[in-house]
Design a protein around this ligand. Structure first.
Ligand SMILES: NC(=O)c1ccc[n+]([C@@H]2O[C@H](COP(=O)([O-])OP(=O)(O)OC[C@H]3O[C@@H](n4cnc5c(N)ncnc54)[C@H](O)[C@@H]3O)[C@@H](O)[C@H]2O)c1
Length: 337
């Protein structure tokens, strides 16, 4: 197989981004889009291919019935990931699924099992680990020049959802999981890239400024990692002045990153303090979305392991779910769930 025909499930903003990345990757060709919302698949198909070479479906099952399609990109609202990944696997399609993989560990497990028993690959779109400056920081820590990483503190907090996001599935916990799933699946994954697998989770959270939303909009999560490291995450939608910043503490160095200044500042060993701009950290790296989709297509075409398998999404889901259990019960939750 030297070309992989791909169907997109979910014609929203992210789905179209994934489809463009797939169309740009060697060996990938997007041939169909499925979305039940009136006109959504047609509009996306026309946007993605001016030559009408992409077919539009309102019925996902009909698209999945096409034998020529070898893989799908799943970019639907979070609560539908599990169902559509399982349907796709049962139809024999390799699956790329957006983050957060699932809203419950049990669902993530069922997704992995469905793909394994169908003999198809499953990759999760934890793209932040490929995005500058995060990939740059992960790579710097992995050089060992800063010693061993033992701690992290990450803040990603914004104001309430605005614009087109406000009236959608993102506003309900049942459909989005709330900020720890919908947004901070990325930060949880980033912390795991640096500190390894989690051992315990303690969280405290509540809703302060979004009375129309049923999720906690201000969450503190403390994670103890199996290798002895500790991480703290502040996440939510309760800040009029948003921020996305953090620190990584290592035994012989440390890193500070801040999206407001657009700078990563670090000290490695006995060297002077140095700074690099976010833009510069991206030099030499492929765009995250292009990389994740290219790697997925290559894994299918070459029949190799995917680079971000289902277990990675499961572990991130597990930490977010453990945080909810912890906050509801005011106790430290031990993993695995
Ligand atoms: N990796 C990232 O940084 C990133 C960024 C944005 C969104 N996402 C993720 O991508 C997913 C989609 O987000 P979005 O911003 O594109 O949302 P969106 O609301 O813009 O689009 C979702 C689309 O899915 C469609 N849909 C709903 N039910 C469906 C079904 N049963 N079958 C097929 N399509 C269905 C909707 O009609 C809509 O067109 C979410 O899981 C989100 O968390 C990831």
């Amino acid at each position: 197989m030297d070309e992989l025909l791909i169907g997109l499930i979910g014609a929203g903003g992210m789905g179209k981004g994934l489809a463009r990345a797939a169309a740009g990757a060697e060996g990938g060709r997007v041939v169909a889009v499925a979305d039940p919302a009136e006109g959504a698949a047609e509009v996306a198909a026309a946007e993605l291919a001016e030559d009408a070479s992409i077919d539009a479906y309102r019925d996902v099952g009909e698209m999945l019935g096409r034998e020529d399609i070898g893989a799908v990109l799943v970019a639907v609202p979070n609560f539908l990931h599990a169902e559509l990944v399982k349907l796709s696997a049962e139809a024999g399609k390799h699956v790329f699924c957006e983050k957060p993989m699932a809203l419950k560990v049990a669902d993530a497990r069922a997704m992995i099992e469905a793909c394994e028993s169908a003999g198809v690959k499953l990759m999760i779109g934890q793209v932040l680990r490929y995005n500058a400056p995060y990939v740059w920081m992960i790579d710097l820590v992995r050089t060992g020049e800063l010693g061993e990483a033992f701690g992290m503190q990450v803040t990603r907090i914004a104001g309430p959802w605005g614009g087109r996001y406000r009236s959608t599935w993102r506003m309900k916990k049942e459909t989005s999981g709330g900020p720890l799933f919908e947004v901070s699946a990325h930060e949880i994954d980033f912390m795991r890239q640096i500190l390894g697998e989690a051992r315990t989770v303690y969280a405290s959270m509540d809703n302060y400024v979004n009375p129309e939303a049923d999720y906690e909009d201000f969450a503190h999560v403390v994670i103890n990692f199996q290798e002895g490291g500790r991480g703290a995450l502040l996440a939510g939608h309760a800040a009029k002045v948003g921020s996305y910043d953090g620190k990584i503490f290592c035994t012989d160095g440390s890193i500070l990153f801040d999206s407001k200044t657009g700078q990563v500042t670090y000290v490695a060993g006995d060297e002077e303090q140095q700074s690099i701009s976010y833009a510069e950290t991206g030099e030499g790296y492929e765009r995250g979305v292009d990389r994740e989709v290219r790697e997925f297509i290559e894994a299918v075409l070459d029949d190799t392991e995917v680079t971000i398998p289902g277990i990675e999404g499961l572990r991130n889901t597990e930490i977010a779910q453990a945080a909810q259990i912890s906050a509801a019960s005011n106790r430290v939750v031990e993993l695995p769930l």
